[in-house]
Ligand binder design. Structure first.
Ligand SMILES: *[C@@H]1O[C@H](CO)[C@@H](O)[C@H](O)[C@H]1NC(C)=O
Ligand SMILES: *[C@@H]1O[C@H](CO)[C@@H](O)[C@H](O)[C@H]1NC(C)=O
Ligand SMILES: *[C@@H]1O[C@H](CO)[C@@H](O)[C@H](O)[C@H]1NC(C)=O
Ligand SMILES: *[C@@H]1O[C@H](CO)[C@@H](O)[C@H](O)[C@H]1NC(C)=O
Length: 704
């Protein structure tokens, strides 16, 4: 019980301490709001008649509130209100011809506390010492005067109790001089807002404004492009808001030299590309929403006290994911009491040893906080697989293109298959390389990579490659099926011309499919591995689903063709059993690899495309590395290396470079010519089946 009370007392103490301590959260509300002021002054304020053209000299000197509203006054001259020594509130608003507030216009009034100047459409200048020696003035607002171009550097002087100063919506070109105000008020709120022509915060802009800590400096929605070196020299401030300066590209690295106590910085909606590093150490709260150019965060060690951060890109929050701050342990005794965990709020706020940094926006399921290939085995495997795909397919291409024999349809198709699989290899190498380069700090590179041309190019390569590969595989299978079906009819032989037409269609189709995500139908930038996983819009969804369905269709087409081939060659009962099994085995391997490659990807991809994701992106990456490139890696072996003609071409080509000379001799002796052997006996299914065992690899089918 005692402990309970002790804890309660402590909470109250902490609360009180919190109240007096500067709080990063709460906003200071400016008091000089027109409606508030109007309410306060409604009944007692002395309003000048609308027809007056100058401040009358017979206003009672007892007047405490004067409203110069909608009059015909053109100038407020020197000493115009000097007689009104009891004046507390001065309102100058909606005077359509008022052009200037002259030198010493509102000077030396000992009791004035509020000045509100608003909506004077023609107001163009404010003279020297216009607001000077006003010992009680606490709030001053100058707003909504689009023609106000000039405020004399000496206009504000000796306003020692000034607590709120707002200058907004003016046509000012230069940052006004506030350095002679010399306020000593605590919790100063300074606002210079929506002045679209102020382009620069100059050196020492706030020195002399206030000797105490300024609770907030608001420089929001101006035209500020640059913050000069030493701009905040000699300034103690808690909050600085620079948000909405859309052209602000540069804060001088030394801008904050000589300033102190900054805990909240708001640079949202600016064009900054870096943060001012030397003040980050003290920051507790940082707001940088819609700062699209801020793609890279400074080193995290610089943020010593950060508790809350609001950023533009989800990936940046990953940086703060695992950063915890140690709490002071002065209340260790209380926290160690057995009753303490029974009070969750107290315990959470004061007892947990560390606390996570609040960060928004949180990453979505497409962009988990991890490297591209986070697991080490994955990282190693992707290299092995990509190099295998690259070397294998490059070799196949080299041999096929280097062969001196006449280009046959199967060889032509093989070239395309090898080329598309090579593209897949390139894609994998690109992903693996980017992964290595950004290892451990992917969150800082995610934006550049995923929105940049690299990812689009990689995505283009992989979609193009996989579509062309599937297309070519289907074409190869159809060609075999057709050839075997019509083996006895030479008049219906497929010619290169036909193959060219088919492959042109294949290229056009694959290119289109790969191009669509770069023009807004789905997109490659959604995930770090640059696959078109974006299915937000219906069009994207239709695109992705139909692409997957086409692939599945192609798979069934391949299966059907092999089944048909198998039945055709099996049919004659005289066929030797071993040849039969060999054919069946070979088909099984081809279909199996195709299936293993296609099935998991298609299954999970279709579910994801229908917005019912069964696996996370992290798990999808395993599929990507293990299954997606299976075809690209295995095709060279299944379709080329296992093929006699290909082996012959390979050794003949090597022999040209002085390798495998003896092997080449054997092949040369065997078939000294590229002339296609004719079918020995078209009627003999026996021979045909033998040849088919080879024929299942293209280019082999003409061998006897
Ligand atoms: C001040 O003088 C003007 C004429 O100049 C007169 O109309 C007005 O009533 C006077 N106001 C006061 C408060 O005496
Ligand atoms: C910064 O302010 C100090 C006094 O507060 C002054 O001595 C110094 O010259 C100022 N620095 C610059 C660059 O103006
Ligand atoms: C937090 O405290 C632990 C030990 O209690 C220490 O190892 C760690 O460096 C501290 N972290 C920070 C950010 O001070
Ligand atoms: C905080 O750290 C102390 C030792 O420094 C440890 O005994 C205590 O269990 C920790 N509390 C929590 C909530 O982690």
């Amino acid at each position: 019980m005692m402990a309970m009370i002790l804890i309660m007392v402590t909470i109250v103490m902490i609360k009180m301490a919190g109240a007096s301590a500067p709080d990063a959260e709460t906003d200071v509300k400016p008091g000089a709001d027109e409606s508030v002021l109007a309410k306060r002054t409604l009944s007692i304020c002395n309003q000048l008649p609308p027809e007056v053209t100058e401040i009358p000299s017979n206003i009672s000197s007892d007047t405490e509130c004067l409203e110069v509203k909608q009059t015909q006054i053109g100038v407020i001259p020197r000493g115009a209100v000097h007689r009104l020594q009891h004046l507390r509130i001065l309102i100058i608003s909606k005077n359509e011809v008022l052009e200037s507030i002259g030198a010493f216009a509102v000077a030396g009034l000992p009791q004035i506390t509020n000045i509100f100047i608003s909506e004077n459409a023609e107001l163009a200048s404010i003279g020297a010492f216009a607001f000077s020696d006003l010992p009680e003035l606490t709030e001053m607002t100058i707003t909504k005067s689009k023609h106000l171009r000039h405020i004399h550097p000496d206009a504000f002087r000796n306003i020692v109790k000034l607590r709120v100063l707002i200058i907004s919506n003016t046509g000012l070109r230069m940052f006004p001089d506030f350095t002679k105000i010399h306020s000593t008020a605590p919790d100063f709120l300074f606002g210079l807002q929506e002045n679209s022509h102020i382009e620069r915060v100059p050196v020492n802009a706030f020195r002399g404004l206030c000797t105490q800590t300024i609770s907030e400096i608001r420089l929001t929605r101006n035209g500020i492009k640059e913050v000069a070196s030493d701009a905040f020299n000699g300034t103690k401030m808690h909050r600085l808001r620079l948000s909405g300066n859309q052209q602000l590209t540069h804060i001088n690295p030394n801008a904050f030299v000589g300033s102190s106590e900054l805990v909240v910085l708001d640079i949202s909606h600016t064009a900054l590309s870096s943060l001012p590093e030397n003040i980050l150490g003290g920051l507790q709260k940082l707001m940088a929403e819609s700062v699209f150019r801020l793609k890279e965060l400074p080193p995290l060690q610089l943020f010593n006290k950060l508790q809350e951060v609001h950023l533009t890109y989800p990936s940046h929050c990953c940086a703060f994911h695992n950063v915890h701050r140690n709490r002071s342990s002065w209340n260790a005794l209380l926290c160690s009491h057995p009753d303490a965990p029974g009070m969750p709020n107290f315990y959470k706020d004061h007892c947990s040893n560390s606390t996570a940094i609040i960060c928004t926006p949180t990453q979505d399921e497409f962009n988990p906080c991890e490297d591209i290939m986070s697991a080490v085995p994955l990282r190693i495997l992707i290299w092995i697989i990509s190099i295998l795909a690259l070397l294998g397919n490059a070799a196949v291409l080299l041999v096929l293109l280097g062969s001196r024999c006449k280009l046959t349809v199967p060889r032509f198709l093989m070239c395309h298959l090898a080329f598309s699989d090579l593209c897949m290899g390139i894609y994998l190498v690109v992903i693996a390389t980017v992964d290595i380069v950004t290892r451990g700090r992917y969150y800082n590179h995610a934006i550049d990579w995923q929105t940049g041309p690299g990812c689009s190019a990689a995505g283009f390569f992989t979609v193009f490659a996989s579509e062309l590969s599937v297309f070519t595989l289907t074409a190869i299978t159809l060609e075999r099926w057709y050839t075997i079906k019509h083996a006895l009819r030479l008049d219906r032989k497929l010619r290169l011309r036909h193959a060219c037409i088919v492959m042109t269609a294949g290229w056009i189709f694959s290119s289109l499919a790969a191009l669509l995500p770069t023009v807004g139908v789905s997109s490659y930038g959604k995930v770090s591995i640059c696959l078109p996983m974006d299915v937000e819009s219906l069009v994207s969804q239709v695109f992705v689903v139909s692409l997957l369905l086409l692939n599945i269709l192609a798979f069934f087409c391949v299966c059907g063709c092999y089944l048909s081939i198998y039945l055709t060659v099996r049919n004659p009962s005289s066929a030797p059993a071993h040849a039969d099994t060999s054919v069946a085995q070979r088909m099984a391997v081809l279909i199996f690899t195709d299936f293993v490659c296609m099935a998991p990807i298609s299954f999970f991809a279709v579910s994801a495309a229908l917005k019912l994701p069964l696996i996370t992106v992290s798990e999808a990456k395993i599929l990507l590395v293990f299954f997606y490139p299976i075809n690209s890696c295995s095709n060279p072996f299944l379709y080329a290396f296992s093929n006699r003609t290909f082996r012959r071409d390979f050794f003949l080509l090597s022999a040209r470079f002085g390798l495998f000379k003896t092997r080449a001799q054997i092949y040369r002796a065997e078939s000294s010519t590229c002339q296609q052997p004719t079918w020995i006996s078209p009627k003999s299914s026996h021979v045909m089946l033998y040849s088919l065992a080879n024929a299942l690899s293209p280019d082999g089918k003409h061998e006897g």
